[in-house]
Design a protein around this ligand. Sequence first.
Ligand SMILES: [Zn+2]
Ligand SMILES: [Zn+2]
Length: 280
Amino acid sequence: MNNKLKDQFEITFWGTRGTLPVSGAPFSQTGGNTNCIEITCGDHTIIIDAGTGIRELGSKLVSTTPEQKIHLLLTHAHYDHVEGIPFFAPLFMENKVIDIRCGKLEGVKDTKQLINDLMKRPFFPVGPEVFSATIDYVTLEKNCSFNISDNIKISTTPLNHPGGATGYRIDFAGKSFACITDTEHTAGKPDQNIIELIKDVDVFAYDCSLLDKEMGDFQGYGHSTFEEGMRLAELANAGYLLATHHMPFRNDHDLQQIEKEMKVKNPKHAIAREKDCIKL
Ligand SMILES: [Zn+2]
Ligand SMILES: [Zn+2]
C-alpha cells in the first residue's frame, strides 16, 4: 500500500434511514437503506451498523485483499441497525477475518448471543453457522477505548436509548469522525458524555430522527433532533454535523428544508445521503 492510501481516511454512507427502509421517487435523492457507514482508515475498513445498506457495501468488499481488515461496530441491535448482517457477503468468505463488536445490551449475554438470536427461527431460516469467515465476537465495556491498530483509536460512550446503545469516535492520522445514533436528549440538558466524545471532532453523524417540535410526541423512543445536534456541535467545538437516521415519513423535500435551516448555522452542516463520501 502506498503512503497516500495508508493515511486515507474516508467515510461513505451506505444507508441513512432510521427505523425502516423506504423506496420510491420521493426518497430517491436521500436513499432508502437503513443505517450503515463505511470508514476506511488505510488498510482497515470499519463499518458502523449493519442496516440494509450493508448488503451493497458487502458486494464491494468481497474483492478487497485479505490485508484489508474488516471491523463491524454495532451501535445496538434494533432491526434498522442489524437486519443486513445475514446478507453481508464477506461473512460467507473463508479468507475474511471480521470482528463484530457491540456494547452490552439489555436481554442478551454478549455479542455472540446477539447474532445467534438475530438469526434464529422463527425470525430467520438459518443460523450464523452458515458463515465461513473467521469471526471474533467482542462485547464492549461501557465507556471503553481501544486501538484496532497502532494508529487507529476507537472511543465509545453509552447513549440514552431503550435497551442501550453505544456512540463511537474514530481517531486516525490526526483526524476524527464520530457517530452518535440512536439517542434521546433532554431539552436544556445537553448530554455531557456525548460532548466529551465529540470534543473537537472534525465531523460527526448524529441522530436527527425528529424535530424539536416533535419531541413531545416521541418521549421514550430514544431519538434526538437536528437542532440538538447543532447545539452539541457548538458546545463541543466540533467541525460540522451530518444529520442521519431519517424517519421513513421524511421525504427528500422535507430533508432539503431541514438542511437549509442547518446551513444558516454552519454552511458545512448537511443531511447525510446514501453514497455521500467524505474525505478527511
Ligand atoms: Zn435506529
Ligand atoms: Zn434504536
